[in-house]
Ligand binder design. Sequence first.
Ligand code: ADE
Ligand code: ZN
Length: 324
Amino acid sequence: MRDFLTRLPKAELHLHIEGTLEPELMFELAERNRVRLPYADVEAVRRAYDFDDLQSFLDLYYQGMGVLQRREDFHELAMAYFRRAHAEGVVHVDLHFDPQAHLARGLPLAVPVEGLYRAMRDAERELGLSTGLILAFLRDRPAEEAMDVLEAASPYWELIDAVGLDSAEMGHPPSKFEAVFRRAKELGLPRVAHAGEEGPPAYIREALDLLEVCRIDHGVRAIEDPELMRRLAAERIPLTVCPLSNLRLRVVRELGELPLPRLLEAGLVLTLNSDDPAYFGGGVLDNYLACQQAFGWDEATFLGLARNALEAAFMPEPRRRELL
Ligand code: ADE
Ligand code: ZN
């Protein structure tokens, strides 16, 4: 099964590029950029990755990305991830990045965007990967700031495949970002949003109705709302679920508690993704393998999940036809 899942052409639709920062690269960049880290060594970093919930992870995630200072750092970060993903049989990646987290540290928007964009083109040329870029807004910061970032990104609108919504979910419903997402729609940008990770099913409904998203990131709490499940299935809205993330952020106590088999039986379009692989102990392949262990799915089920991801990815149609 491991060979089959490795060879299976997989698309990763839910990945935060800042969440691919492995402790080894964190130390290298900290030294190069003279950033002080609150850890003695790589082992101490790994020991600190014992999270109680989403917020306890986010605190370390925002701190860790402080070592990213120059375009070259973002390029190196993304290339290291693309190489690992390619080795696991990943053929396409839609990557989120968090511009506000970098602007707040005093970096110009050009630094992350241009570093990442160059890595995306290099990965296409060197590895044959296709990629999409998702500019994500931090939902625990003011909506006006998100709007300012969207406008400031005007030189890059052409390079962006979609906008997204991430960070601390509870108390920050999608409705807060209705105007920002309306503006993104006017600009012709597709929209995705994290919803139903820690937040209630009502947040998934808001993301659909008010933000007009084409995919829901996570969405596992849809299981609490049968009517919503019927709607997600009927409208074929993909959920980008991240099993190892849900486990490490204690959304569930064990993988077997995740409602993925029931969501599949109800006809929902699921995809398997890694979220923040450096923090949650595994990439896309590990997430597929963990589901095999937890749910005993057969090859046909995994073929269907991988196909869902290729169908829902932000990629040009000729590329999709080549992969499907
Ligand atoms: N930012 C990075 N990873 C995230 C997650 N799992 N949920 C919300 N925001 C995030
Ligand atoms: Zn996420």
